[in-house]
Structures are given as C-alpha cells and as structure tokens.
Design a protein around this ligand. Structure first.
Ligand code: NAD
Ligand code: SER
Length: 316
C-alpha cells in the first residue's frame, strides 16, 4: 500500500484530497500536513503533522517517520494573492517544490505538484490551447508554475524521479473556500445565490476561463498517479479541462434553478488583468489519450450539485 504525504492539506484542494485518498489507501497511510494547525475531520481521521514546506528538514522528518513513498505537494500562493506579494508567491511555490523534488530524489518518492492555466500567458493561443505551446506568463504565479513544470521534467529526465502534474483550471467546490485565485468568483457566485444575495462579480462579462468541479479534480489526481508510466509521453504538465464559461454563462446556469438570483459587475483590475492573460479554453486531448482523463461534470450538472450541497451545508 502507498504511504502518502499531502503538503498544504488545509486548502481548497487538500481538505478534500485527504478524505479521497484516505478512502482509497486507508486512513493510516495518508499523512495530512499544513503550515497551519488544522482541526476537525482531517486530524481526527488519520495522521496530521505541521510542516512548513519551505523547510526541507521539516519535510524529511515526516517522510522518514512514516516511510513516505508518494508526495502530493499542494503548498502555493494563488494567483491574485501572489500578485500582491510576489516574493511570497515565489518563495512558497518554488521553495516547496524544490524541497519536494530533492526529497523525492533521495528517498525515492513519486511526486505530484499541480500546475495551472496560469502557466500560460498573453502570447499563448487562446482557444483550444495546445498541450505544447508558448508559455510566457506575465504573473508571478504563472512564472512559478512554468518553472515548476520545467524543474519537475528535469528531475524526471536527469534523476528518474517519478514526477507527474496537471494544469488545473479554476476549481469549484463546496467544502473549503478558495485561497485567493482569479477564478474564485466561480465558487463565490454559488454561495451568494444560495444565501439569496446579489452577487458582485469581479470579472468582466465575456471573459472565458476553463473550470472544473472538485470531484473530477480529485479523480484526476488519483488517476494520473496510478497511470501506467509507459503510456506517459508527457509528465509536467497535462492540460485538463471540463468546461469553459464567462460570468454570464455561469449566472444563467444558476438562474435556471434560482430564478430571482441577481448579479452586478464591479471589476477587480488585478484579477481582470490576470484573467485576460489566460486562455479561453484548453485542449486536453493528451490527458485523455495518455491516462484516460474523462470528466463527469458539465456546468449544469455541477450547478445542481453545488446548490444542493451548499443548501445542506448552510441548513437552508
Ligand atoms: P489553497 O490556497 O486553498 O491552499 C494552500 C494550502 O497550503 C493552505 O492550507 C496553506 O495553509 C498551505 N500552505 C501555504 N504555505 C505553506 C507552507 N509554507 N508550508 C505548508 N503549507 C503551506 O490552495 P489550493 O486551491 O488548495 O491549491 C493547491 C495547489 O493547486 C496549488 O499549487 C495551486 O496553485 C494549484 N491550483 C489550484 C487551483 C484552484 O482553482 N484551487 C487551480 C489550479 C492550480
Ligand atoms: N484558481 C487558480 C487561480 O485563480 C488557477 O490556478 O489562481
């Protein structure tokens, strides 16, 4: 059985990935960790360790203690927050990654580190963005992601480290709120709709970005790490998507189920500039062909599940 360490377990992805992996590999085989002391289900259902992933010593102690053979490295500062503090974005994103790569090399671990649609920039073809194309991002977040992709491929080629990654689009979920990204509006809009509030949208109408519902993202993280390595032509990192929309399209999807829902626009210039530099829609054919990527949720199916889940969560 795998012995897994998840770094950054308290975030939007980690808080759900811990539960998913513990369900597959067993509670005792999945060690959750975060910079913050977490509480609740994550610490009650299996091992938890506090780790600052910019400290290689702290990660090594935990890898040795639990005989870890697989690391999911989720520590990062998301795009909009990183733009406010670029050095923090670089230090956490790259500091955590290089520590994990060195540990994976020395202790023979497999390593998953998510990349992002943020790894593309304004020169990238915007529609059906190819797997292999121009990557000249203009955000510090994107620069860390491209660097991360290249470092991860380098460690695979140079040392044979089993590094794998996907370029996640904006992730939509109902357990933990997102941590300061450009795509956060696509989560926040559901909270406003279910609470009966008018939504103030920070992204302009007509701005398309790729998006994905969390259950598909969780499957992707399991399936890519279970994929037959002989089938992987690419590694770091695979384009992934399951839907692409602008604010009007998601608003109208919600209005089908909450007809009184209202939205107005108040554009956030930082988020809008970032969104303008990202693709409209990715081509994820390589992920489909090389390891069977096949998302289950489209926009309307996600909307029904989001509304239902948030109503239950809020007791409405
Ligand atoms: P998040 O901001 O919600 O969570 C990040 C977690 O990392 C937090 O719990 C935080 O406490 C922790 N952390 C921060 N600094 C740390 C450090 N030094 N040591 C240990 N832990 C630290 O982020 P997320 O949305 O869960 O994203 C996880 C990864 O997925 C990131 O690499 C992100 O770039 C990538 N990604 C996310 C999305 C998305 O829409 N959520 C999309 C594309 C890529
Ligand atoms: N959701 C992420 C962000 O907006 C995409 O990488 O930062």
């Amino acid at each position: 059985m795998k012995k897994i360490l998840i770094i950054g377990s308290g975030g939007q992805i980690g808080s759900e990935l811990v539960k998913k992996l513990r369900g597959i590999y067993g509670n005792e085989n999945v060690v959750a960790s975060d910079l913050r002391q977490l509480t609740g289900e994550i610490v009650e259902t299996g091992p938890f360790e506090r780790i600052d992933s910019t400290s290689i010593v702290q990660i090594i102690e935990v890898v040795k203690k639990y005989n870890i053979d697989t690391i999911y490295n989720l520590a990062a500062i998301l795009s909009a927050t990183a733009e406010l503090n670029p050095m923090l974005g670089w230090n956490v994103g790259i500091g955590s990654l290089i520590n994990c790569l060195e540990i994976a090399r020395v202790f023979n671990c497999a390593l998953f580190t998510p990349s992002s649609i943020g790894a593309f920039g304004p020169n990238t073809p915007k529609d059906l963005t190819p797997q292999d194309t121009i990557q000249r991002p203009t955000t510090i977040y994107g620069i860390t992601k491209v660097t991360g992709e290249m470092l991860s491929d380098y460690y695979f080629r140079r040392y044979g480290v089993d590094t794998r990654s996907v370029r996640f689009p904006g992730l939509i979920s109902n357990l933990t709120l997102p941590g300061g990204g450009t795509t956060d509006y696509a989560v926040e809009i559901y909270y406003a709709a279910v609470k009966g509030e008018k939504f103030v949208c920070p992204i302009e109408k007509g701005t398309f970005m790729d998006m994905m519902y969390m259950p598909d993202a969780l499957d992707a993280m399991v399936n890519i790490m279970e994929a037959d390595p002989s089938k992987l032509v690419h590694r770091n990192s695979f384009n992934l998507t399951s839907m692409a929309f602008d604010p009007e399209i998601i608003y109208n999807s919600i209005k089908k189920y909450i007809p009184d829902f209202e939205m107005e626009y108040k554009i956030d210039p930082i988020k809008q500039a970032i969104a303008n530099s990202w693709p409209n829609s990715l081509d994820d054919t390589c992920a489909r062909n090389e390891w069977g990527w096949n998302p289950k949720y489209d926009l309307d199916k996600m909307t029904v599940d989001m509304i239902d889940s948030l109503r239950k969560k809020m007791g409405l």
